[in-house]
Design a protein around this ligand. Structure first.
Ligand SMILES: NC(=O)c1ccc[n+]([C@@H]2O[C@H](COP(=O)([O-])OP(=O)(O)OC[C@H]3O[C@@H](n4cnc5c(N)ncnc54)[C@H](OP(=O)(O)O)[C@@H]3O)[C@@H](O)[C@H]2O)c1
Length: 390
């Protein structure tokens, strides 16, 4: 068993994670905001990767957000996980937001519950696109493809087309989504669920998001992407491309973030059970200790810190076994990346999520996970936590 004594603060690694060069701020001479400064950071996250530019919410102090977006109407097309979070965050910052969804569908009801008013700020999709200047396509990726033939003719010159995923545009052969040539096409992709986008914003924090420009006809596409990134609730923004965003996103969620972690947890749990360990012991040594004790340390201070916070026995064994897991997993990650790059993952997703029965089909598969012994044991273990809430 791993000893869980926390390291004293004095032993904590103090080396900087990266060299930060704050770029000399350029003075923005704008009417009504003459002394504002604009800045960004060029950060070397890893020597071999060169310097990367990061924009922060603090770069949008004063009136800058409203200078860029004040005359725009954000038409939030889709009010699911991302649509709701992004719409409410922008509205809370005084940006003009309308919602466009299927009349009387689930999203229509939810938008009304959140204060969007039919005929004033809530419209059927076509009308919202007509009224909006920035068309934020936040339908599910499969729906973006299915509805594109109806939406495309409504994206008139002067409007801006916005996505939160490079999926539709990058895999255009499969999705059929080819933006009109005469509009700006931009991306803000929050790196987390729409629920987190909202809760972090409400806590005064902010998710990190990727921003990119696919097409710049006005010369202002990048400025709009930055401003929208902050408007929808990001704390800081990384530059990327549509292609890099979608490749890394599809890869990550199939890998460590979701697919990989479920596979690892399940395999470890099953071997413990097969060798006579009780469900609670198998769950605690697989999931509970990971999520409650060790993973938060990785998030807060890094992998080396987490290792150092554990017993010397644990450290020795983990150092010996990490390369074996690395060797076993690397080929799986290589084939996963190729499957993303060659569009296999996209076609699979479009086919599955485009079915009329996709909600039921998905639920049926999730029910299998829900019923796995490891996750049933987890429900009971969670109830024992002193801070447990139903
Ligand atoms: N969720 C995330 O964690 C996340 C993170 C970053 C980026 N993104 C990206 O953000 C975008 C939106 O994702 P999401 O997760 O927010 O989607 P979602 O929760 O699945 O939202 C689906 C929305 O699309 C509408 N819709 C579905 N099928 C439709 C159809 N055939 N016709 C018209 N409307 C339809 C739904 O309306 P009804 O209620 O009427 O069905 C709902 O408003 C995607 O590009 C996604 O990749 C998502």
């Amino acid at each position: 068993m791993i000893a869980r004594q926390a390291l004293r603060a004095a032993t904590r690694s103090t080396r900087a994670l990266g060299a930060i060069n704050r770029a000399a701020p350029a003075v923005a001479q704008r009417s009504g905001f003459p002394s504002a400064t604009r800045g960004y950071k060029d950060i070397t996250f890893a020597k071999e990767g060169g310097s990367e530019r990061v924009y922060e919410r603090s770069d949008f102090g004063g009136n800058r957000l409203h200078e860029i977006l004040g005359n725009e109407t954000l038409a939030m097309v889709g009010y699911g996980s991302q649509g709701h979070g992004q719409a409410l965050n922008a509205r809370d910052q005084g940006i003009n937001v309308i919602v466009g969804v299927r009349k009387d569908g689930q999203s229509w009801k939810e938008a009304m519950e959140d204060g969007f008013v039919p005929g004033q700020s809530l419209f059927p999709i076509e009308e919202a696109i007509d009224r909006g200047t920035i068309i934020m396509n936040l339908l599910s990726d499969a729906a973006q493809s299915q509805t594109w033939k109806d939406i495309a003719p409504l994206i008139k010159p002067g409007k801006t087309l916005y996505f939160s995923h490079g999926f539709s545009v990058v895999y255009k052969e499969d999705t059929g989504v080819v933006p009109p040539k005469d509009v700006d096409v931009i991306l803000v992709a929050p790196k987390g669920s729409g629920r987190t986008v909202r809760t972090l914003f409400k806590e005064g924090r902010g998710i990190n998001s990727s921003i990119a420009v696919f097409q710049d006809v006005t010369g202002k596409a990048f400025e709009k992407a930055q401003a929208l990134g902050i408007a929808v609730g990001s704390g800081y923004l990384y530059e990327t491309t549509f292609e890099k965003e979608v490749y890394s996103d599809l890869y990550g969620e199939r890998g460590v973030l979701m697919g990989g972690i479920q596979g690892m947890f399940l395999a470890q749990y099953e071997v413990l059970r097969k060798n006579g360990h009780s469900p609670s012991e198998a769950f605690n040594e697989t999931v509970e200790e990971a999520t409650q004790s060790l993973f938060p340390l990785i998030g807060k201070y890094g992998m080396d810190y987490m290792y150092n916070a554990c017993s010397t026995t644990a450290r020795r064994g983990a150092l010996d076994w990490a390369p074996k897991f690395y060797e076993a997993n690397k080929p799986v990650f290589e084939s996963l990346y190729e499957s993303v790059r060659n569009g296999t993952e996209t076609r699979r997703s479009l086919e599955f999520n485009g079915r009329d029965t996709y909600r039921q089909d998905l639920q049926a598969e999730l029910e299998i996970i829900n019923n796995q012994e490891v996750w049933r044991a987890g429900k009971e273990v969670r109830k024992l936590r002193p801070d447990y809430q139903e």
